[in-house]
Design a binder for this molecule. Structure first.
Ligand code: F6P
Length: 320
C-alpha cells in the first residue's frame, strides 16, 4: 500500500486532531503517503486535500476541532457526486480510506464501499457517543467534562438563589452526554430522548424535593428531548420554584481533548492502520469492554446503540 486518504466528517469532535496526527505518523512509519481531504466528503468531491506528513501534523495533538475541517455533506446520496468522488479517489491512486465521524459518516462510507474497491475504515469520532458497537467515541469524554465544568458553576448560583436550572446539553438523537453529565453533577432530573418522561412526573419530583427541604436543583436535558423553555414554563406554573435556563450549546464541541479522548484517538488510529496494513477494509474500529477491535461497516451505520437504563435508575436513587 502506497497511499491512503483520511477525512473528518460530520460534527467535529475534540480528539480528531490527535487521531489525524497518529494516523499520519503510523502510516508514514510504514512508508504510506497520506492525503488529508478537506471538509470531509466535500474535499473528495472538489479535489481539495493536503498531503500530511509527520512534521505537518506536529503541534496539533492538544487542539480541538479538526485541521482538515469538516462539513455535513450529502454528496454520497447523489449519483453524480458519488461518481465524482470515486473518480477523484481513483485519479490519486488512493488505496485505502479512513473516515472519522459518526453514524451518518459510516452510512455514507458504506455507500462508497459499494462503489470502489479499496478498504474503508471508520473511526468513531463524535461527542454524542452514539455509534453502535463502541462503548465510547472520540470527543465524548471531553464534551462531558466541558459540560460538567459549566454546570458545577451553575450549581453554585442555583444553591445561592434557591433556583431550579434546566441545563440543555447536546444530543439530538441520543442522551449519552445528558446521562453522563447528569450523573456527574448529581442532577435532580435527567432527561434523554430514549426514555419518555411525562412532565407531571418531573413536577412531582420537584414538589417532593421541596417537601424534603431541597430548594434548588439541576435538570440536565438533552436537546433532542424538546423545548427547554416550554418545560420551564410548565414547571414555573405548577410549582413555587424560580426556574432558569442555561443552554450549553456548541461550547461542548470545542476545546482541548481530555487525556481519555486523546488516548482513545491514538489507539483507534493504531487499529485502523493495522487493519489497512492487513488489507482488511469496510469495518469500523470500536472500543468494547476495555478492548479495541472492529465491526463491519454496515452494522455501524445501520444499527442503533441502546442506552443502559440501569444507570438511569441509579441516578434517581442518588438524587433523592
Ligand atoms: O456533533 C453532534 C452534535 O453535536 C449533536 O449533538 C447536535 O445535535 C448536532 O451535532 C448539531 O450540529 P450541527 O449544527 O453541526 O448540525
Amino acid at each position: 500500500m502506497k497511499r491512503i486518504g483520511i477525512a473528518t466528517t460530520g460534527g467535529d469532535a475534540p480528539g480528531m486532531n490527535t487521531a489525524i496526527r497518529a494516523l499520519t505518523r503510523l502510516a508514514q512509519d510504514n512508508g504510506i503517503e497520506v492525503y488529508g481531504f478537506e471538509k470531509g466528503w466535500e474535499g473528495m468531491l472538489h479535489d481539495q486535500y493536503q498531503i500530511l506528513t509527520t512534521r505537518s501534523v506536529g503541534g496539533i495533538i492538544h487542539q480541538g476541532g479538526t485541521i482538515l475541517q469538516t462539513s455535513r455533506s450529502d454528496a454520497l446520496r447523489h449519483e453524480d457526486s458519488k461518481a465524482k468522488i470515486v473518480e477523484i479517489l481513483q485519479s490519486h491512486n488512493i488505496e485505502g480510506l479512513i473516515v472519522l465521524g459518526g453514524n451518518g459518516s459510516f452510512r455514507a462510507s458504506y455507500v462508497l464501499s459499494q462503489e470502489i474497491d479499496i478498504p474503508i475504515i471508520g473511526i468513531p469520532a463524535t461527542i454524542d457517543n452514539d455509534v453502535y458497537g463502541s462503548d465510547e467515541t472520540i470527543g465524548f469524554d471531553t464534551a462531558v467534562n466541558s459540560a460538567i465544568e459549566q454546570i458545577d458553576k451553575i450549581r453554585d448560583t442555583a444553591t445561592s438563589n434557591d433556583r431550579l436550572f434546566i441545563t440543555e446539553v447536546m444530543g439530538r438523537d441520543h442522551g449519552y452526554i445528558a446521562l453522563h453529565v447528569g450523573v456527574s453533577v448529581g442532577a435532580e432530573v435527567i432527561l434523554v430522548p430514549e426514555i419518555e418522561v411525562d412532565v407531571s412526573e418531573i413536577i412531582e419530583t420537584i414538589k417532593a424535593n421541596i417537601e424534603k427541604g431541597k430548594k434548588s436543583g439541576i435538570i440536565v436535558m438533552a436537546e433532542g428531548v424538546g423545548d427547554c423553555r416550554e418545560l420551564a414554563d410548565q414547571i414555573a406554573e405548577k410549582t413555587p420554584v424560580t426556574v432558569r435556563i442555561n443552554v450549553l450549546g456548541y461550547t461542548q464541541r470545542g476545546g482541548s481533548p481530555t487525556a481519555r479522548s486523546r488516548v482513545l484517538a491514538t489507539v483507534f488510529a493504531r487499529e485502523a492502520i493495522d487493519l489497512m496494513l492487513s488489507g482488511i477494509g469496510n469495518r469500523i474500529v470500536v472500543h468494547k469492554d476495555g478492548d479495541v477491535s472492529s465491526i463491519p461497516l454496515d452494522q455501524a451505520g445501520l444499527k442503533s446503540k441502546t442506552m443502559d437504563s440501569e444507570f438511569i435508575e441509579l441516578y434517581k436513587v442518588l438524587a433523592s
